[in-house]
Design a protein around this ligand. Structure first.
Ligand code: MG
Ligand code: FE
Length: 169
């Protein structure tokens, strides 16, 4: 197998591991931001997309592997990031979560952009198409998150001030 093909497969595996971490992260967030319904709904939608993305990549990996070797994700690499994102934060979890999600989406955008170039070089149309679809969903999520960052911050600060006032009374 050529060197460039081996790298493409490695990156495909990394992307699959990344989506599994994304699923963990988004599920964790979903359970902790009950008081931000709009954000919650968008995260719920992206969690569904994320599961589809993972299965799209798995289909590509299964076809490539053809049983010659088992797919082993580099799951550990991204574990630390996802754990820091899905961990418990002191009070401002909605802000830490927004920051982390926006960052994570951009890691996904970069990963798929790289994979698309590598798969194009290999003439792997199916992989290109799967990654393009995933990329579009990550870009849409990143844009949505960015468009809400200001409002989420204002809501958070307004509530924090109200909580502080009632605590002083
Ligand atoms: Mg994703
Ligand atoms: Fe994503």
């Amino acid at each position: 197998m050529s060197e460039s093909r081996e790298w493409m497969i490695q990156w495909l595996r990394d992307a699959h591991a990344m989506e599994e971490q994304a699923e963990t992260m988004l599920s964790g967030q979903l359970s902790r931001i009950e008081t931000y319904p709009e954000l919650r709904e968008r995260i719920r939608l992206h969690l569904e997309e994320t599961r589809q993305q993972a299965s799209r990549l798995k289909t590509c990996l299964d076809r490539i592997d053809e049983g010659s070797f088992t797919v082993k994700d580099a799951g550990g690499k991204l574990m630390a990031l996802a754990q820091s994102i899905s961990g418990v934060f002191a009070g401002d979890e909605v802000m830490k979560g927004s920051l982390a999600s926006y960052t994570f989406e951009h890691m996904e955008i970069a990963s798929y952009t790289i994979l698309i170039a590598a798969a194009n070089a290999e003439g792997e149309t199916e992989i290109v198409q799967a990654c393009e679809q995933n990329l579009r969903e990550e870009e849409a999520m990143a844009e949505w998150l960015k468009s809400r960052l200001g409002q989420t911050t204002q809501t958070f600060l307004t509530r924090a001030a109200a909580d502080s006032d009632s605590a002083k009374r």
